[in-house]
Structures are given as structure tokens and as C-alpha cells.
Ligand binder design. Structure first.
Ligand code: ADP
Ligand code: MG
Length: 326
């Protein structure tokens, strides 16, 4: 069987009430009974999964994420990204707990369910939550940590380790949810400037699990694996926001992270990739995810799309970007 290293899902959100109020029209929709999306009059793209305006959070979880959780417990790393312009539904999809539960709360719940059903395995679960902003790492679980004290290292087994970032050991789904909420609050609240920042930074929430069980020969078997949930920076173009100066530099840096990620993903999707160079080192985001992107890891990119005609250009760009992953 041919392994597909990165699966791509596209989710088109419904028009928001304010968009309906301003009489926005829809320019992108799923083609019924296919995995295709049509944008404008006649541009068609095909993906692994397509979700339209009436798809639920549970639809997205069940078809895209549940298989990754199953393989996480089997010992494989997993990564899910939400990609798209600001306002397209990334945070809604990855979840936040405030609204209809997204992917993270569902995965957490299911992990602890599995733990409670496996009495012969001793599970240790740890979570971390970091933000990459202008190529600096910030610990969302421990704000006092200086950005200079957080580093990305690769250990002798090729595992990526974030040195200096707090890892909290957790015993229940509720405990994980409160850490997620606290970290997300740090990211989103306070000034509008912070909101600006949150749309320009990547947030990486990671659950690491260690399983220990007695093997037949009396030894202890240990399996470790991790699941990254990534809410990427807004993919909108610099020109549209009309930024200059410092802001402009910021946008370029963020785009370079998304660019590096796109390059890694298309190198992985290349059938000749055994020989091809995968450029993980080009950005912090790809360095962090190196051991969970490609190889034996399972990756899903969920591209979020606004249906509004006023976002046509960004939506088309997002579909093109996601199309490279195949
Ligand atoms: P982003 O994180 O990409 O900037 P958000 O997740 O904040 O975007 O979504 C923008 C707005 O759209 C929010 O008000 C959110 O509640 C709403 N929204 C996004 N996706 C959906 C969806 N699938 N169904 C209903 N509302 C949605
Ligand atoms: Mg968001």
C-alpha cells in the first residue's frame, strides 16, 4: 500500500451573520458526493476530505482525527494543522472549548477514555503549549520563561525536544482542558495588539504519552508518542493588510514559516522523496515538528476557507497551497 504522508482536508465555514447582513455572496462550495471543491465559476480542486457549511465538529473529528488518535496509542506521532486566512475558522476547528467543541477537546476526551479502558498499561500524559512568533518561542503555560531560554534540540534518537518549555503531567481530561484554556487566554485576551499577534503567530499544543507495560519476558515495554495540534498564523498576504515597516517585516517572517511548511509538505508528498531533501531546518515551526511530520508520523492539514466572495483571492491561494500537499 502506498502511504500518504500528509492528508489534506478542506473545511468551508458558513457565512457569518454579519456577512449575511452585508449581503455577502458565496463563491466556493463542495461538489456534492465528491471530494471536490469548486471556486468561482469553474476552478475545481480535489482533496482527501471536504467539509461544507453544514459539517459538524464531530464530522471533522470522526473522519480526520480519530484515526490519528488510534495510531497515537499504537505509538505513532501525529500532527494536525489548521491553515487559512484570519477569520476562516482555524481556532474554531482546532478548538477552543468556548463554542462547539473542536478537535483538541474531543481528542483529549477520547485519550482519557482509552486510558481508563486499558488497565494493563501504565500511561503518563504530559502537555505543553507554545507559540512561535517572529521566530521566537513563547511558553503559553509559563509566561515568566524568557524566550531566550527556550530552544529546539534533537536527541540521539532523532526526537525533537523543546528545552526550557514547561511540560505539565496531567491525570484527567478536565485538567488538560484548564491548561488549554489558560494558555489560549494568554494568547487571545487583553489588547487588540495581542489579537493582532495571535493571528500572526503559530500555536502548538502537544500531548505526549508514555505507555509502560509488562512484556512476556518480564521486562517493561515502553512506548512514547506525541500529538501536535497546530493553529497556524493567518495565511493572508501582506499586500492585502497594507502593512509597512515593522509590521511588514513581521508578516514576511510569518509567511516564511508557512512557506517553509509548504515546502516540507510538498517534499514529503513527492513520490521521489526517498532521495529528496526535506527542508525542515528552514523555520522554527518545521524544526519543532520534524519528528512528527513525515516518516512514520500521521499528518492532517485542515485548510479553513471563508465562503465569501470578498475573500475569493485568499481562498483561492489557500486551495492552491493545500493542493501542493498531494
Ligand atoms: P481563525 O482562527 O481562522 O481566525 P475563527 O476560528 O476565530 O477563525 O473563526 C472566525 C469566526 O467564524 C468565529 O466567530 C467562529 O465562531 C466562526 N466560525 C468558524 N468556523 C465556523 C463553522 N464551521 N461554523 C460556524 N461558525 C464558524
Ligand atoms: Mg484563530
Amino acid at each position: 500500500m502506498d502511504e500518504i504522508p500528509v492528508k489534506v482536508a478542506v473545511r468551508i465555514r458558513p457565512l457569518l451573520s454579519k456577512e449575511i447582513l452585508h449581503n455577502h455572496q458565496v463563491c466556493v462550495r463542495p461538489v456534492p458526493n465528491t471530494q471536490q471543491i469548486i471556486i468561482g465559476k469553474d476552478r475545481v480542486f480535489t482533496f482527501d476530505h471536504v467539509f461544507g457549511k453544514s459539517s459538524t465538529q464531530d464530522d471533522v473529528y470522526s473522519s480526520c482525527i480519530k484515526p490519528l488518535l488510534v495510531s497515537l496509542i499504537e505509538g505513532y506521532n501525529a500532527t494536525v494543522f489548521a491553515y487559512g486566512q484570519t477569520g476562516s475558522g482555524k481556532t474554531y476547528t482546532i478548538g477552543g472549548a468556548e463554542e462547539e467543541k473542536g478537535i483538541i477537546p474531543r481528542a483529549i476526551q477520547e485519550l482519557f477514555q482509552a486510558i481508563s479502558e486499558n488497565h494493563n498499561i501504565d500511561f503518563t500524559v504530559k502537555v505543553s503549549y507554545i507559540e512561535v512568533y517572529k521566530e521566537d518561542l513563547r511558553d503559553l503555560l509559563e509566561l515568566e520563561t524568557n524566550v531566550k531560554d527556550i530552544h529546539i534540540r534533537e536527541d540521539e534518537k532523532g526526537n525533537t525536544v523543546i528545552v526550557g518549555a514547561k511540560e505539565c503531567q496531567v491525570e484527567s481530561a478536565d485538567e488538560v482542558m484548564s491548561l488549554l484554556e489558560a494558555g489560549s487566554a494568554v494568547r487571545h485576551t487583553s489588547t487588540t495588539q495581542m489579537n493582532e499577534r495571535s493571528s500572526r503567530s503559530h500555536a502548538i499544543f502537544t500531548m505526549s504519552i508514555l505507555q509502560q507495560r509488562d512484556a512476556n519476558n518480564g521486562a517493561t515495554e515502553m512506548i512514547s508518542s506525541k500529538f501536535h495540534f497546530v493553529d497556524l498564523a493567518g495565511s493572508e498576504r501582506v499586500t492585502k493588510t497594507g502593512n509597512t515597516g515593522e509590521r511588514f517585516k513581521e508578516s514576511i517572517q510569518i509567511n516564511s514559516g508557512l512557506l517553509a511548511l509548504g515546502n516540507v509538505i510538498s517534499a514529503l508528498a513527492d513520490p521521489k522523496r526517498k532521495s529528496a531533501h526535506v527542508p525542515y531546518r528552514d523555520a522554527k515551526i518545521t524544526r519543532i515538528l520534524k519528528d512528527s511530520l513525515g516518516g512514520n508520523a500521521n499528518t492532517v492539514m485542515i485548510t479553513c476557507i471563508s465562503p465569501s466572495t470578498s475573500d475569493f483571492d485568499e481562498s483561492l491561494n489557500s486551495l492552491k497551497y493545500s493542493n501542493r500537499a498531494k
